[in-house]
Design a protein around this ligand. Structure first.
Ligand code: NAD
Length: 440
């Protein structure tokens, strides 16, 4: 079991320079987590002020002609939190919940994640406020290309490098790379393609980037299992979200001998105590508009009962703020592996800790994705092509190193793994600012 330290919401400090800003949802959660860890480690007050703000927040409104000839104006965001360690890095999300607060929160988590993983990156995030299921492939291509054009030189291979997130995929990354590089001088085309990662293989992608996040989630679960002496083989797991992260996590957990017993996505909640074959479910999802609804080899159940199912491992791999005071008390698992970003809110986390559920925090648990992206970027920069086995080995290695740092820091400060992960990340950022100073 991970060490824990009693944590009360009332003890959080109120000395942040943006305390007066209205914070909601995930933004509130990430700032709660940051302030708590900064208090524990005694983060330098100046660095604390810098990291308490985002560097830039870009909002663009752009018109697109739809298939029926009408014009719609879309809103896109790119928030760049901090680039002390390297270019901004983080996904683009296409979802109706995308707004400034959610982009801020997700950008801030990226800064911690890249710092913890030891990557030469900062944190950014963004997306378009849209339900992509309502648009044709041609419309999505035009929306993506026009969004890229609207972002202009606010992104770039050495400035800010987006990647896939919810409802964005390698095809969308290829359109971004093509649009960005086509709007620059032809002489720079091939040094601009790595403006995004998560591209398809033919467009400069990396073998293994597709599975990197789920592979990393399972690497952290293997490290947890080794540490706690609880074997993964035979464990029952449930997964919320069966997209990129949910599917690949299920795939690699099944390889460890664990049994998938329930899945929830935006369309349905399905359950089979005898086990669900992730590959069979994946084939169904591919053939059914990316939905688990209608899968006949498992029964359906009320969505509100999903997290309370008796099981050993819970993997949230969908949206933020899914585990809250309303359902955290029902979770009986040994461990929560946060495949999603920000799936657990502050109150939900306090309940899980009281109940002795181990939490592998998102900034560690799902960091395989950005580590994979880093290798794609490096492969592009070096004009090399790497093999999948070497890529997965390098990702595993970086995750193991980060996990060990989190465990040793949790022992040093006698804190839980989330606080420890923050402290590792914040120490690295603090050191950089102290050594480099502040311009001018
Ligand atoms: P995706 O679009 O491939 O899949 C998202 C899944 O979530 C879908 O199955 C969808 O049906 C489901 N979902 C959406 N709304 C839901 C709801 N209200 N209830 C239940 N399920 C819902 O997205 P993804 O890339 O797999 O990302 C999932 C999570 O993992 C996000 O939080 C993302 O930020 C995080 N993440 C992704 C990566 C990556 O490399 N793709 C890396 C790190 C973290």
């Amino acid at each position: 079991m991970e060490p824990s330290r009693a944590r009360t919401i009332s003890t959080r400090t109120a000395n942040m320079n943006n305390r007066s800003e209205k914070r909601q949802g995930m933004y509130q959660v990430v700032m709660d987590q940051f302030e708590h860890a900064a208090d524990i480690m005694g983060l330098d007050p100046g660095v604390r002020k810098i990291l308490g703000k985002t560097n830039s927040e870009i909002v663009v409104h752009f018109p697109v002609k739809l298939d029926d000839g009408s014009i719609e104006v879309f809103t896109g965001y790119r928030v760049q939190h901090n680039n002390a360690l390297g270019p901004y890095k983080g996904g683009l999300r296409y979802h109706q919940t995308v707004d400034l607060d959610s982009a801020r929160a997700l950008a801030i988590w990226m800064t911690w994640k890249t710092a913890l993983a030891g990557l030469p990156y900062g944190g950014g995030k963004g997306g378009v406020e849209i339900n992509p299921k309502l648009y044709s492939a041609g419309e999505l291509e035009r929306i993506t290309r026009r969004f890229t054009y609207a972002l202009g030189d606010n992104i770039g291979p050495d400035l800010d490098i987006p990647a896939p997130d919810v409802n964005t995929n390698p095809q969308i990354m290829a359109w971004i790379a093509d649009t960005y590089s086509s709007t620059k001088s032809p002489a720079t085309r091939f040094i601009n393609l790595h403006v995004v990662t998560g591209k398809p293989l033919g467009a400069g992608g990396l073998e293994g980037r597709d599975r990197a996040t789920g592979f990393g989630v399972v690497a952290t679960l293997k490290a947890w299992s080794k540490r706690t002496g609880k074997p993964l083989a035979g464990m029952r797991y449930i997964v919320q979200g069966f997209g990129n992260v949910g599917y690949w996590t299920s795939h690699f957990l099944a390889k460890e001998g664990a049994v998938l017993i329930a899945v929830q996505d935006a369309s349905s909640t399905i359950h089979n105590v005898k086990g669900i074959d992730p590959e069979d479910l994946y084939n169904h999802v591919e053939a059914n508009n990316r939905s688990i609804a209608g899968y006949t080899k498992a029964g359906t159940m009320p969505p509100s009962e999903f997290f309370g199912l008796p099981c050993d491992i819970v993997v949230p791999a969908a949206l933020g703020n899914q585990i809250t005071a309303a359902n955290a008390g029902s979770i009986k698992a040994h461990v929560l592996a946060e495949g999603a970003n920000g799936p657990t809110d502050t109150e939900g986390e306090a309940i899980l800790r009281q109940n002795g559920v181990d939490i592998i925090p998102d900034i560690l648990c799902n960091s395989g994705g950005v580590i994979g992206s880093y290798y794609e970027w490096l492969q592009n920069k070096r004009s090399e092509i790497w093999k999948i086995d070497e890529v997965l080995e390098m990702i595993h290695d970086k995750i193991d190193t980060a996990f060990e740092k989190v465990v040793s820091t949790s022992e040093e400060f006698k804190v839980n793994w989330r606080d420890a992960a923050y402290i590792v990340a914040l120490r690295r950022l603090e050191k950089t600012y102290k050594e480099r100073g502040i311009f001018p």
